[in-house]
Design a protein around this ligand. Structure first.
Ligand code: PMT
Length: 405
């Protein structure tokens, strides 16, 4: 999976540093070339010699050691990397990167790299949930750094909670997924050539007056990724799109709409012919009861808008369902599983993708998402953070499995 990929592994000073040894071993078995950078603190937990023997390459630790060659080490490794992984990442290294502090080999190299950076935090639960650490993670996620969420369980400090470094196998699987869209394009299975997809994307807009509307933060990235993946796998795809800045993926037929009512009309027209329907759009639940014909003037200190309910398109599709495979999304800020399960049942869906949109790097506008997939038979699957195009392929894989049953 990782043949010839050049991976720099940054190891910072936490007890989980010992797990990084297995990460190196697994990355190498998958075909990657690995170079390790350790912080001084990390060397207190595991020796540099262990990583040198395991990776087959010298290990960079100190900034000021005798120069062996004229490549400035942090620049050379920063340029060399196809991908940069920091595992385990302590609160300290996350804080340094988030605040532009470069005072050792690891922090300077990560600062100088243009490669994608994946960070796997591992620390005590109270440290992990500390608002400063969470703010640093959010800031970095917003800048495009990807995070592998820590697992829950008994921590080395004797406390039960979230903060464990996920198993090395899960981390390496995540790395493989990161490369997958770029390395296996030629071998993407054409496994949906007999299927017609109906996919919705973006956030609907409900006009208030000629210049204003009620909207939401959906960028359309999730729905467009699904459309691109379905078309790449041979499906015939109709995309019903609310306004976005994205360009239409190849071999996808698109219909643009603005309001929930327009989306309903477009979706219902396509529904009878569709085999698989995926509703990734964020549809406004309410719209202004009356749309003002002229721009509203700011005469008063307050303004009251009366809203009325929009039709629930997905619920209607669930009621009309014949042979279609129906997939919904649930964007939640609390009680993720409970709310998603309610939607799965009430809307008569076959599958629902639950995203906790309070998590950094998940939900609206990010290039990545972290989801749980819930099925009609009660099965739940949890996924690490991945790019939306990767997730789109995972969702299609899951649909494929369900359709075969
Ligand atoms: O577009 P991105 O920036 O990439 O962000 C992706 C996303 C966060 C928008 C996407 O992953 C997502 O979660 N989409 C669903 C958001 C949402 O509106 O969820 P909901 O829980 O309100 O709705 C549940 C389901 O019913 C959704 O499939 C929705 O399309 C559908 N629905 C909702 C209301 C309505 N009136 N009609 C509908 O069909």
């Amino acid at each position: 999976m990782l043949n010839g990929k050049k991976i720099v592994l940054g190891v910072s000073g936490g007890i989980a540093a010992y797990k990084a040894v297995e990460i190196v071993s697994r990355l190498k078995k998958a075909g990657a070339v690995v170079q390790v950078i350790m912080t001084e603190a990390a060397t207190q937990f595991v020796s540099a010699l262990t990583f040198r023997e395991m990776s087959g390459n010298p290990v960079a630790v100190a900034m000021w050691s005798e120069i062996k060659h004229w490549n400035v080490e942090h620049i050379a490794l920063a340029k060399w990397a196809d991908l940069f992984l920091i595992a385990p990442a302590t609160a300290n290294i996350i804080g340094k990167i988030a605040n532009g502090i470069a005072d050792d080999t690891l922090s300077t190299t990560v600062m100088a790299t243009k490669a994608p950076v994946i960070i796997a935090p591992a620390m005590n639960t109270e440290m992990y949930v500390n608002p400063i650490v969470q703010e640093n993670i959010s800031k970095l996620a917003g800048l495009g750094y990807r995070f592998i969420e820590p697992a829950s369980g008994m921590l080395a400090c004797g406390v039960e909670g979230q903060g464990r470094l996920p198993e090395p196998s899960a981390i390496v699987e995540y790395i493989c997924q990161t490369f997958a869209p770029f390395t296996i394009n030629a071998s993407i299975p054409c496994d949906f050539s007999d299927k017609k997809f109906l996919i919705t994307a973006g956030g609907t807009r409900e006009p208030i007056d000629p210049v204003r509307y009620i909207g939401n933060h959906s960028s359309g990235k999730m729905g467009y990724a699904l459309a691109a993946a379905a078309a790449a796998r041979g499906g015939r795809v109709t995309l019903i799109s609310a306004p976005t800045k994205l360009s239409v993926p190849e071999h996808v037929s698109v219909k643009y709409i603005e309001t929930a009512a327009e989306m309903r009309q477009a979706v219902l027209a396509e529904y009878p012919d569709a085999d698989i329907v995926i509703k990734a759009a964020a549809v406004a639940d309410y719209k202004p009861k009356t749309v003002q014909l002229q721009k509203i003037k700011k005469n008063d200190d307050t303004l009251t808008l009366v809203l009325e309910k929009n039709p629930d398109i997905l619920k209607e599709l669930g009621q009309l369902k014949q042979n279609q495979f129906l997939v919904g999304f649930a964007a939640e800020t609390e009680s993720l599983i409970q709310n998603a399960t309610d939607k799965l049942n009430k809307k008569n869906l076959d599958m629902i993708i639950a995203n906790d949109v309070t998590k950094p790097g998940a939900g609206f506008d990010y290039d990545t998402n972290t989801v749980k997939i819930l099925y009609r038979d009660g099965l739940k699957e949890e996924f690490l953070q991945m790019t939306k195009i990767q997730l789109a392929h995972v969702i299609l894989d899951k649909i494929r499995v369900k359709l075969k049953k």
